[in-house]
Design a binder for this molecule. Structure first.
Ligand SMILES: [Zn+2]
Length: 346
């Protein structure tokens, strides 16, 4: 029997939604994670400090009995965001980051930013106070192929922004390309990059070969195999710029298995056994703790958790539930497509 003990992990990019869905999926995260950066793309989005406080209270009210979990709140950047409101929300400790969605990039992003110039006063204030900007790093220009949108975002949005505001602390969320991984490695201490569990496991063939697989469709969409391999090298490199953000994103099956299916993979339930599997395959189990539990808090200038979590490899494969049944409807759990022998023990 093989086992490792790591500091309790955090999820630096998580969708919890609201209402019945929040109630249904929250235990899947709190079972293993101590904290999570909570995405603000509700309908309507979490735009002001007041919105964030109310959403935090709804999350805390939905916590399972006895769960020790801290939601780390974010604000959704719009062209109407008030720099003073952001500064006050950060100063009080309520808000840990601001999220940039280019308008139209993903689920519930139509309130996002069309013109970065319009939000420059907010970004300047964030640079001044050290509040991170989390970026959905894809351009939305219809002329740009969906598989190229991350690389084009880096060249045409991220790099110019960081040249203009080098003090701004930025998280490249859910990088999916070799270009994204390479940019993060060279970018210095003001930039971090999260990597999801599923982008370490699937490439675009998983979505498209042998019939379309809607539960593997997410945004940014999985790319070619060489990008997946680059992400594996990055996650297991031990470099502190890379850390876990699952982007676990629940949608009910009826909206995934649909003529215009929603983007998102739901990995909260099985992320840790899957990561142990991946890191073992890469000969890097000793670097799992850094990726899942240490690099994220260091970037966000928070202490690492002082509790631990034990992962044990057993002969029998882990039996994940196929679905989580919420009051909003069933949500399919990400299926890696291979047996996983790692189990989380308390
Ligand atoms: Zn996301």
């Amino acid at each position: 029997m093989q086992q490792i003990v790591i500091r309790r992990p955090d999820d630096w990019h998580l969708h919890l939604r609201d209402g019945a869905m929040l109630q249904g999926v929250l235990p899947e995260t709190t079972r293993h994670f101590a904290r999570a950066i909570i995405m603000p793309n509700l309908v309507p989005p979490v735009v002001t400090a007041r919105d964030a406080a109310a959403y935090r209270d709804r999350i805390l009210a939905a916590l399972p009995e006895g769960a020790a979990f801290e939601p780390l709140m974010t604000l959704y950047l719009t062209e109407g965001t008030d720099p003073a409101d952001v500064a006050a929300a950060a100063g009080s400790g309520l808000v840990k980051a601001v999220k940039l969605y280019p308008a139209g990039a993903t689920t519930n992003s139509h309130s996002g930013v069309r013109d970065l110039g319009a939000v420059m006063p907010v970004l300047e204030k964030m640079a001044e106070i050290g509040l991170p900007l989390c970026t959905h790093g894809e351009v939305t220009d219809p002329q740009v192929d969906i598989f190229d949108r991350e690389a084009v975002f880096i060249d045409t949005v991220l790099a110019p922004l960081r040249r203009r505001l080098p003090e701004l602390r930025v998280v490249m969320e859910h990088i999916t390309t070799a270009e994204g991984a390479a940019y993060a490695a060279e970018a210095g201490p003001n930039l971090g990059a999260t990597i999801t569990t599923h982008h370490l496991i699937i490439n675009r063939n998983h979505i498209l070969v042998g019939g379309i697989k809607p539960h593997y469709y997410c945004l940014p969409v999985a790319k070619r195999e060489h990008h997946r391999l680059a992400l594996r090298r990055a996650a297991t490199s031990g470099l502190p710029c890379y850390f876990l953000g699952t982007d676990s994103a629940p949608h009910v099956d009826a909206l995934k298995e649909h003529a215009c299916g929603c983007a998102g993979c739901f990995t909260a339930t099985n992320t840790l056994p899957l990561l142990a599997h991946v890191f073992e395959e890469e000969g890097a189990l000793d670097r799992l703790e850094g990726f899942a539990s240490l690099h994220g808090p260091a970037f966000y200038r928070l202490p690492a958790n002082d509790t631990t979590l034990r992962l044990v490899k057993r002969d029998e494969a882990h039996r994940f539930p196929d679905k989580i049944f919420t009051e909003a409807g069933p949500v399919t759990v990400f299926d890696p497509g291979f047996p996983v022998h790692w189990h989380v023990e308390a």
